[in-house]
Design a protein around this ligand. Structure first.
Ligand SMILES: [Zn+2]
Length: 464
Protein backbone atom coordinates (compact mmCIF):
# COMPACT_ATOMS: atom_id res chain seq x y z
CA UNK A 1 0.00 0.00 0.00
CA UNK A 2 1.26 3.47 -0.80
CA UNK A 3 2.27 5.61 2.17
CA UNK A 4 -0.06 8.29 3.42
CA UNK A 5 1.15 11.84 3.50
CA UNK A 6 0.77 14.28 6.35
CA UNK A 7 -1.54 16.44 4.19
CA UNK A 8 -3.79 13.44 3.61
CA UNK A 9 -4.02 12.62 7.31
CA UNK A 10 -4.61 16.26 8.33
CA UNK A 11 -7.34 16.67 5.75
CA UNK A 12 -8.98 13.37 6.73
CA UNK A 13 -8.96 14.39 10.42
CA UNK A 14 -10.67 17.68 9.60
CA UNK A 15 -13.20 16.26 7.14
CA UNK A 16 -14.33 13.47 9.47
CA UNK A 17 -14.38 15.58 12.63
CA UNK A 18 -11.38 14.12 14.43
CA UNK A 19 -9.04 17.10 14.74
CA UNK A 20 -9.25 20.79 13.84
CA UNK A 21 -6.69 23.57 13.84
CA UNK A 22 -7.47 25.74 16.87
CA UNK A 23 -9.19 29.08 16.19
CA UNK A 24 -9.86 28.12 12.59
CA UNK A 25 -12.26 31.02 11.99
CA UNK A 26 -9.50 33.45 12.99
CA UNK A 27 -7.03 31.89 10.62
CA UNK A 28 -5.73 29.30 13.08
CA UNK A 29 -3.42 29.41 16.08
CA UNK A 30 -0.03 27.82 15.59
CA UNK A 31 0.72 24.41 17.09
CA UNK A 32 -2.59 24.21 19.00
CA UNK A 33 -5.35 21.78 18.00
CA UNK A 34 -8.96 21.01 18.95
CA UNK A 35 -10.57 17.58 18.94
CA UNK A 36 -13.95 17.15 17.27
CA UNK A 37 -16.63 14.52 17.96
CA UNK A 38 -14.79 11.41 16.78
CA UNK A 39 -11.37 12.73 17.83
CA UNK A 40 -12.57 13.31 21.38
CA UNK A 41 -14.11 9.85 21.56
CA UNK A 42 -10.96 8.23 20.16
CA UNK A 43 -8.67 10.20 22.49
CA UNK A 44 -10.80 9.31 25.52
CA UNK A 45 -10.77 5.62 24.58
CA UNK A 46 -6.96 5.62 24.26
CA UNK A 47 -6.71 7.46 27.57
CA UNK A 48 -9.00 4.90 29.25
CA UNK A 49 -7.03 1.98 27.77
CA UNK A 50 -3.82 3.38 29.25
CA UNK A 51 -5.50 4.02 32.60
CA UNK A 52 -6.92 0.49 32.69
CA UNK A 53 -3.50 -1.04 32.12
CA UNK A 54 -1.59 1.35 34.37
CA UNK A 55 -3.99 1.76 37.32
CA UNK A 56 -7.05 -0.48 37.23
CA UNK A 57 -5.19 -3.72 36.52
CA UNK A 58 -2.40 -2.95 38.98
CA UNK A 59 -2.23 -3.28 42.75
CA UNK A 60 0.76 -0.99 43.10
CA UNK A 61 -0.23 2.16 41.20
CA UNK A 62 -2.38 4.98 42.59
CA UNK A 63 -4.32 7.74 40.88
CA UNK A 64 -3.65 11.46 41.03
CA UNK A 65 -5.03 14.53 39.29
CA UNK A 66 -2.85 17.46 40.27
CA UNK A 67 -3.39 21.07 39.17
CA UNK A 68 -1.73 22.71 36.19
CA UNK A 69 -0.49 25.62 38.34
CA UNK A 70 2.06 24.91 41.04
CA UNK A 71 4.17 26.97 43.41
CA UNK A 72 6.83 28.76 41.33
CA UNK A 73 9.56 27.21 43.51
CA UNK A 74 8.66 23.85 41.94
CA UNK A 75 10.40 24.81 38.72
CA UNK A 76 13.40 26.25 40.46
CA UNK A 77 13.86 22.93 42.29
CA UNK A 78 13.32 20.82 39.20
CA UNK A 79 15.83 22.80 37.19
CA UNK A 80 13.28 23.92 34.61
CA UNK A 81 13.90 27.64 35.21
CA UNK A 82 17.63 27.32 34.74
CA UNK A 83 17.79 24.85 31.90
CA UNK A 84 14.53 23.92 30.18
CA UNK A 85 15.18 25.42 26.80
CA UNK A 86 15.76 24.65 23.16
CA UNK A 87 18.50 25.87 20.84
CA UNK A 88 16.86 27.98 18.16
CA UNK A 89 17.84 29.64 14.96
CA UNK A 90 15.97 32.56 13.35
CA UNK A 91 15.68 33.42 9.68
CA UNK A 92 16.86 37.02 9.30
CA UNK A 93 14.68 37.52 6.25
CA UNK A 94 11.24 36.20 7.29
CA UNK A 95 11.77 35.77 11.07
CA UNK A 96 10.85 32.06 10.94
CA UNK A 97 12.19 30.29 14.02
CA UNK A 98 13.64 26.77 13.80
CA UNK A 99 15.01 24.17 16.23
CA UNK A 100 18.78 24.07 15.75
CA UNK A 101 19.08 20.51 17.11
CA UNK A 102 16.37 19.31 14.70
CA UNK A 103 18.20 20.89 11.75
CA UNK A 104 21.31 18.93 12.74
CA UNK A 105 19.35 15.71 13.19
CA UNK A 106 18.13 16.03 9.61
CA UNK A 107 21.78 15.77 8.58
CA UNK A 108 22.31 12.76 10.83
CA UNK A 109 24.03 14.70 13.62
CA UNK A 110 22.76 13.69 17.07
CA UNK A 111 22.33 16.99 18.96
CA UNK A 112 19.87 16.18 21.76
CA UNK A 113 21.03 18.05 24.91
CA UNK A 114 24.27 18.96 23.13
CA UNK A 115 26.19 22.06 24.30
CA UNK A 116 25.61 25.30 22.38
CA UNK A 117 29.24 25.44 21.18
CA UNK A 118 28.84 22.05 19.52
CA UNK A 119 25.52 23.04 17.93
CA UNK A 120 26.82 26.33 16.55
CA UNK A 121 30.00 24.72 15.29
CA UNK A 122 28.03 22.08 13.37
CA UNK A 123 25.47 24.61 12.09
CA UNK A 124 28.33 26.80 10.82
CA UNK A 125 29.84 23.86 8.95
CA UNK A 126 26.52 23.14 7.27
CA UNK A 127 26.02 26.85 6.51
CA UNK A 128 29.39 26.99 4.75
CA UNK A 129 28.32 24.11 2.58
CA UNK A 130 25.10 26.03 1.86
CA UNK A 131 23.01 23.22 3.29
CA UNK A 132 21.01 25.07 5.96
CA UNK A 133 18.01 26.96 4.66
CA UNK A 134 14.94 28.62 6.19
CA UNK A 135 12.09 26.12 6.11
CA UNK A 136 9.69 28.94 5.27
CA UNK A 137 11.37 31.17 2.67
CA UNK A 138 14.50 29.22 1.73
CA UNK A 139 16.89 32.01 2.72
CA UNK A 140 20.36 31.02 3.95
CA UNK A 141 20.72 34.19 6.03
CA UNK A 142 20.22 32.75 9.52
CA UNK A 143 21.18 33.89 13.03
CA UNK A 144 23.43 31.79 15.22
CA UNK A 145 21.70 29.36 17.57
CA UNK A 146 20.46 30.74 20.91
CA UNK A 147 18.64 29.15 23.83
CA UNK A 148 14.98 29.99 24.48
CA UNK A 149 13.03 28.90 27.56
CA UNK A 150 10.11 26.56 26.89
CA UNK A 151 8.23 27.65 29.99
CA UNK A 152 4.82 29.27 29.41
CA UNK A 153 4.19 32.19 31.78
CA UNK A 154 1.04 33.48 33.41
CA UNK A 155 0.04 36.07 36.00
CA UNK A 156 -2.46 33.99 37.99
CA UNK A 157 -2.69 35.25 41.57
CA UNK A 158 -0.73 38.38 40.71
CA UNK A 159 -2.80 40.22 38.12
CA UNK A 160 -0.34 42.80 36.90
CA UNK A 161 0.42 43.97 33.40
CA UNK A 162 4.11 43.27 33.44
CA UNK A 163 5.37 39.81 34.32
CA UNK A 164 8.56 40.02 36.31
CA UNK A 165 10.49 37.29 38.04
CA UNK A 166 8.74 38.10 41.32
CA UNK A 167 5.15 37.66 40.16
CA UNK A 168 5.33 35.18 37.31
CA UNK A 169 3.84 31.68 37.58
CA UNK A 170 4.20 28.93 35.02
CA UNK A 171 1.86 26.54 33.27
CA UNK A 172 3.39 23.15 33.99
CA UNK A 173 5.70 21.91 31.21
CA UNK A 174 5.16 18.27 32.28
CA UNK A 175 2.77 16.44 34.58
CA UNK A 176 5.33 14.60 36.74
CA UNK A 177 6.04 17.70 38.89
CA UNK A 178 2.61 17.40 40.49
CA UNK A 179 3.32 13.77 41.37
CA UNK A 180 6.53 14.66 43.24
CA UNK A 181 4.80 17.46 45.12
CA UNK A 182 2.01 15.14 46.25
CA UNK A 183 4.32 12.24 47.10
CA UNK A 184 4.13 13.01 50.84
CA UNK A 185 0.33 13.47 50.90
CA UNK A 186 -0.11 10.24 48.95
CA UNK A 187 2.15 8.41 51.42
CA UNK A 188 0.21 9.77 54.37
CA UNK A 189 -3.23 9.03 52.93
CA UNK A 190 -2.86 5.76 51.00
CA UNK A 191 0.08 4.34 53.00
CA UNK A 192 1.66 2.41 50.13
CA UNK A 193 4.81 0.34 50.64
CA UNK A 194 7.70 0.65 48.23
CA UNK A 195 7.78 -0.07 45.35
CA UNK A 196 4.66 1.73 44.13
CA UNK A 197 3.61 4.15 41.42
CA UNK A 198 1.48 7.26 41.04
CA UNK A 199 -0.19 7.84 37.69
CA UNK A 200 -1.83 10.89 36.24
CA UNK A 201 -3.15 12.22 32.97
CA UNK A 202 -3.24 15.91 32.26
CA UNK A 203 -2.35 18.90 30.16
CA UNK A 204 1.11 20.41 29.91
CA UNK A 205 2.40 23.44 28.02
CA UNK A 206 5.63 24.27 26.24
CA UNK A 207 6.64 27.27 24.16
CA UNK A 208 8.05 25.09 21.43
CA UNK A 209 9.08 25.99 17.95
CA UNK A 210 7.04 23.67 15.84
CA UNK A 211 7.31 23.10 12.13
CA UNK A 212 4.47 21.19 10.49
CA UNK A 213 4.12 18.16 12.74
CA UNK A 214 0.34 18.35 13.25
CA UNK A 215 -0.58 16.95 16.68
CA UNK A 216 2.77 15.20 17.13
CA UNK A 217 4.35 18.27 18.72
CA UNK A 218 2.09 20.98 20.06
CA UNK A 219 2.33 23.83 22.57
CA UNK A 220 -0.59 22.48 24.61
CA UNK A 221 -0.64 18.71 24.98
CA UNK A 222 -1.77 15.86 27.18
CA UNK A 223 0.61 13.57 29.01
CA UNK A 224 -0.03 10.21 30.62
CA UNK A 225 2.66 9.65 33.20
CA UNK A 226 3.45 7.10 35.87
CA UNK A 227 6.20 7.70 38.40
CA UNK A 228 7.32 4.52 40.14
CA UNK A 229 9.06 4.94 43.52
CA UNK A 230 11.52 2.29 44.64
CA UNK A 231 14.67 1.32 46.49
CA UNK A 232 17.71 1.65 44.20
CA UNK A 233 18.35 -2.11 44.54
CA UNK A 234 14.99 -2.76 42.86
CA UNK A 235 15.68 -0.50 39.88
CA UNK A 236 17.05 -3.04 37.43
CA UNK A 237 14.25 -5.56 37.94
CA UNK A 238 11.46 -2.97 37.88
CA UNK A 239 12.91 -1.08 34.95
CA UNK A 240 13.00 -4.28 32.91
CA UNK A 241 9.45 -5.11 34.00
CA UNK A 242 7.94 -1.77 32.90
CA UNK A 243 10.07 -1.74 29.77
CA UNK A 244 8.45 -5.04 28.79
CA UNK A 245 4.93 -4.13 29.95
CA UNK A 246 4.77 -0.86 28.03
CA UNK A 247 6.04 -2.47 24.82
CA UNK A 248 3.39 -5.18 25.04
CA UNK A 249 0.64 -2.58 25.55
CA UNK A 250 1.21 -1.33 21.98
CA UNK A 251 1.09 -4.87 20.62
CA UNK A 252 -2.10 -5.58 22.54
CA UNK A 253 -3.78 -2.62 20.84
CA UNK A 254 -2.78 -3.72 17.37
CA UNK A 255 0.40 -1.78 16.63
CA UNK A 256 2.60 -4.09 14.50
CA UNK A 257 5.94 -4.84 16.17
CA UNK A 258 7.84 -4.10 12.97
CA UNK A 259 6.61 -0.48 13.14
CA UNK A 260 8.02 -0.06 16.64
CA UNK A 261 11.53 0.60 17.81
CA UNK A 262 13.48 1.06 21.04
CA UNK A 263 15.64 4.16 20.98
CA UNK A 264 18.32 4.19 23.66
CA UNK A 265 19.43 7.62 24.84
CA UNK A 266 23.19 7.97 24.56
CA UNK A 267 23.05 11.42 26.10
CA UNK A 268 20.91 11.57 29.22
CA UNK A 269 19.85 14.19 31.71
CA UNK A 270 22.53 14.26 34.42
CA UNK A 271 20.26 12.54 36.99
CA UNK A 272 19.13 9.72 34.69
CA UNK A 273 20.71 6.27 34.73
CA UNK A 274 18.78 4.52 31.96
CA UNK A 275 16.57 5.99 29.28
CA UNK A 276 14.78 4.35 26.38
CA UNK A 277 12.05 5.68 24.12
CA UNK A 278 9.46 3.68 22.27
CA UNK A 279 9.29 4.94 18.71
CA UNK A 280 6.63 4.39 16.09
CA UNK A 281 7.25 4.53 12.37
CA UNK A 282 4.82 7.26 11.23
CA UNK A 283 4.03 7.28 7.52
CA UNK A 284 2.71 10.82 7.87
CA UNK A 285 5.85 12.09 9.63
CA UNK A 286 8.27 10.21 7.41
CA UNK A 287 9.79 7.77 9.90
CA UNK A 288 10.36 6.69 13.48
CA UNK A 289 9.38 9.22 16.14
CA UNK A 290 9.18 9.00 19.91
CA UNK A 291 5.80 8.25 21.46
CA UNK A 292 6.82 7.17 24.96
CA UNK A 293 9.79 7.52 27.27
CA UNK A 294 10.78 4.99 29.93
CA UNK A 295 13.41 6.56 32.11
CA UNK A 296 15.23 5.77 35.34
CA UNK A 297 15.60 9.11 37.11
CA UNK A 298 17.53 8.22 40.27
CA UNK A 299 16.64 10.09 43.48
CA UNK A 300 17.12 13.49 41.91
CA UNK A 301 13.48 14.68 41.86
CA UNK A 302 12.55 13.97 45.47
CA UNK A 303 15.97 15.11 46.71
CA UNK A 304 15.58 18.45 44.94
CA UNK A 305 12.05 19.05 46.22
CA UNK A 306 13.11 17.99 49.70
CA UNK A 307 15.98 20.47 49.61
CA UNK A 308 14.00 23.38 48.18
CA UNK A 309 10.90 22.89 50.35
CA UNK A 310 12.71 21.93 53.54
CA UNK A 311 10.30 18.99 53.91
CA UNK A 312 11.74 15.52 54.54
CA UNK A 313 10.69 13.27 51.64
CA UNK A 314 12.67 10.22 52.72
CA UNK A 315 11.22 6.76 53.23
CA UNK A 316 11.93 4.39 56.09
CA UNK A 317 11.73 0.68 55.40
CA UNK A 318 9.56 -1.08 58.02
CA UNK A 319 11.77 -4.12 58.23
CA UNK A 320 15.33 -2.98 57.66
CA UNK A 321 14.77 0.51 59.20
CA UNK A 322 16.85 1.87 56.32
CA UNK A 323 16.05 5.54 55.64
CA UNK A 324 16.52 6.81 52.09
CA UNK A 325 15.11 9.03 49.35
CA UNK A 326 13.19 6.74 46.95
CA UNK A 327 14.51 6.43 43.42
CA UNK A 328 12.14 6.91 40.51
CA UNK A 329 11.51 5.36 37.16
CA UNK A 330 8.89 6.85 34.92
CA UNK A 331 6.83 5.92 31.93
CA UNK A 332 5.71 9.02 30.09
CA UNK A 333 3.60 9.07 26.96
CA UNK A 334 2.00 11.80 24.88
CA UNK A 335 -1.71 11.11 24.49
CA UNK A 336 -1.96 13.28 21.37
CA UNK A 337 0.94 11.38 19.82
CA UNK A 338 -0.92 8.13 20.42
CA UNK A 339 -4.01 9.54 18.68
CA UNK A 340 -1.87 10.33 15.65
CA UNK A 341 -0.15 6.92 15.90
CA UNK A 342 -3.44 4.98 15.87
CA UNK A 343 -4.81 7.07 12.98
CA UNK A 344 -1.55 6.80 11.03
CA UNK A 345 -1.42 3.05 11.59
CA UNK A 346 -5.12 2.42 10.97
CA UNK A 347 -5.75 4.66 7.95
CA UNK A 348 -6.02 2.13 5.12
CA UNK A 349 -7.05 2.37 1.50
CA UNK A 350 -8.28 -0.84 -0.05
CA UNK A 351 -9.56 -1.81 -3.43
CA UNK A 352 -12.96 -3.46 -3.16
CA UNK A 353 -14.56 -4.58 -6.43
CA UNK A 354 -12.75 -1.85 -8.35
CA UNK A 355 -13.69 0.85 -5.87
CA UNK A 356 -11.50 2.45 -3.25
CA UNK A 357 -12.50 1.81 0.34
CA UNK A 358 -11.02 4.02 3.07
CA UNK A 359 -11.14 2.25 6.40
CA UNK A 360 -9.73 3.15 9.80
CA UNK A 361 -8.44 -0.17 11.13
CA UNK A 362 -8.09 0.42 14.84
CA UNK A 363 -8.63 -1.89 17.79
CA UNK A 364 -12.38 -2.16 18.43
CA UNK A 365 -11.92 -1.03 22.01
CA UNK A 366 -10.55 2.28 20.74
CA UNK A 367 -13.12 2.89 17.98
CA UNK A 368 -15.05 6.15 18.56
CA UNK A 369 -18.34 4.49 17.57
CA UNK A 370 -18.88 0.81 18.33
CA UNK A 371 -22.15 0.12 16.50
CA UNK A 372 -24.05 1.92 13.74
CA UNK A 373 -27.71 1.14 13.18
CA UNK A 374 -29.29 1.54 9.75
CA UNK A 375 -32.99 1.25 8.89
CA UNK A 376 -32.99 0.02 5.27
CA UNK A 377 -35.57 2.64 4.28
CA UNK A 378 -36.59 5.70 6.24
CA UNK A 379 -40.06 5.95 4.71
CA UNK A 380 -41.18 2.58 6.12
CA UNK A 381 -42.50 3.29 9.65
CA UNK A 382 -42.28 -0.34 10.82
CA UNK A 383 -38.60 -0.58 9.85
CA UNK A 384 -37.82 2.82 11.39
CA UNK A 385 -39.55 1.87 14.61
CA UNK A 386 -37.68 -1.43 14.92
CA UNK A 387 -34.33 0.24 14.15
CA UNK A 388 -34.96 3.01 16.70
CA UNK A 389 -35.82 0.45 19.33
CA UNK A 390 -32.52 -1.34 18.72
CA UNK A 391 -30.63 1.97 18.81
CA UNK A 392 -32.29 3.01 22.09
CA UNK A 393 -31.31 -0.26 23.68
CA UNK A 394 -27.71 -0.51 22.40
CA UNK A 395 -26.74 3.09 23.11
CA UNK A 396 -27.10 2.48 26.84
CA UNK A 397 -24.09 0.22 26.52
CA UNK A 398 -21.98 1.65 23.71
CA UNK A 399 -21.42 4.78 21.62
CA UNK A 400 -23.80 4.16 18.74
CA UNK A 401 -24.86 6.05 15.68
CA UNK A 402 -28.17 6.03 13.82
CA UNK A 403 -27.90 6.75 10.10
CA UNK A 404 -30.75 6.90 7.59
CA UNK A 405 -29.18 8.81 4.74
CA UNK A 406 -28.10 7.37 1.39
CA UNK A 407 -27.68 3.77 0.30
CA UNK A 408 -26.53 1.09 2.75
CA UNK A 409 -23.23 0.93 0.82
CA UNK A 410 -22.63 4.65 1.41
CA UNK A 411 -23.50 4.28 5.08
CA UNK A 412 -21.01 1.40 5.40
CA UNK A 413 -18.29 3.57 3.86
CA UNK A 414 -18.96 6.44 6.27
CA UNK A 415 -18.63 4.09 9.24
CA UNK A 416 -15.52 2.40 7.76
CA UNK A 417 -13.80 5.79 7.63
CA UNK A 418 -14.27 6.42 11.34
CA UNK A 419 -13.42 2.83 12.28
CA UNK A 420 -16.84 1.59 13.45
CA UNK A 421 -16.45 -2.19 13.87
CA UNK A 422 -20.12 -3.21 13.44
CA UNK A 423 -23.06 -1.98 11.37
CA UNK A 424 -26.56 -3.32 11.99
CA UNK A 425 -29.15 -3.12 9.22
CA UNK A 426 -32.89 -3.50 9.84
CA UNK A 427 -34.71 -4.56 6.66
CA UNK A 428 -38.11 -5.93 5.53
CA UNK A 429 -37.23 -9.46 6.62
CA UNK A 430 -36.43 -8.17 10.11
CA UNK A 431 -40.14 -7.59 10.66
CA UNK A 432 -40.98 -11.24 10.09
CA UNK A 433 -37.84 -13.19 11.05
CA UNK A 434 -36.94 -10.87 14.00
CA UNK A 435 -33.33 -10.78 12.79
CA UNK A 436 -30.93 -8.12 11.54
CA UNK A 437 -27.84 -8.09 9.34
CA UNK A 438 -24.58 -7.41 11.18
CA UNK A 439 -21.64 -6.41 9.04
CA UNK A 440 -18.02 -6.59 10.15
CA UNK A 441 -15.70 -3.64 9.34
CA UNK A 442 -12.57 -5.67 8.63
CA UNK A 443 -13.91 -8.75 6.84
CA UNK A 444 -16.97 -6.96 5.37
CA UNK A 445 -18.79 -10.25 6.00
CA UNK A 446 -22.46 -10.07 6.87
CA UNK A 447 -24.24 -12.25 9.35
CA UNK A 448 -27.90 -12.63 10.23
CA UNK A 449 -28.44 -12.29 13.99
CA UNK A 450 -31.67 -12.63 16.02
CA UNK A 451 -32.64 -9.26 17.52
CA UNK A 452 -32.99 -10.86 20.96
CA UNK A 453 -29.40 -12.15 20.72
CA UNK A 454 -27.94 -8.95 19.26
CA UNK A 455 -26.61 -7.41 22.47
CA UNK A 456 -24.84 -10.55 23.66
CA UNK A 457 -23.54 -11.18 20.12
CA UNK A 458 -22.00 -7.69 19.99
CA UNK A 459 -20.73 -7.93 23.58
CA UNK A 460 -18.77 -11.00 22.69
CA UNK A 461 -17.45 -9.51 19.46
CA UNK A 462 -16.41 -6.25 21.08
CA UNK A 463 -15.00 -8.18 24.08
CA UNK A 464 -14.92 -5.16 26.33
ZN1 LIG B 1 12.85 32.67 6.12
Amino acid sequence: MEKKTLEEVVSFCKRRGFIFQSSDIYGGFAAIYDYGHYGTLLKNNIRDAWWKSMVQERDDVYALDSAIFMHPKTWEASGHLAGFDDPQVDCKKCKQRMRADHILEEFGIEADKAPMEFINEKIDELKKEGKVKCVNCGSTDLTEAKRFSLMVKSNIGSPVDVLSEENVVYLRPETCGGIYLEYKNMMNSVHPKLPFGIAQIGKAFRNEIVARQFIFRTREFEQMEMQYFLHPDQMKEKYDFWHELRWSWYLEYGIPEEKMNWHKHDVMAHYATEAYDIEFNFDSLGGFKEVEGIHARGDWDLSQHSKHSGVDLSYTDDQTKEKFIPHIMETSVGLNRLVLMFIDNGYTKENVDGEERLVLKIDKRLSPIKVAIFPLMKNKPEIMEQAKKIHESLKRKWMCEFDTSGSIGKRYRRQDEIGTPYCVTVDFDSLSDKSVTVRDRDTMKQERVKIEDLESYLSEKLSL
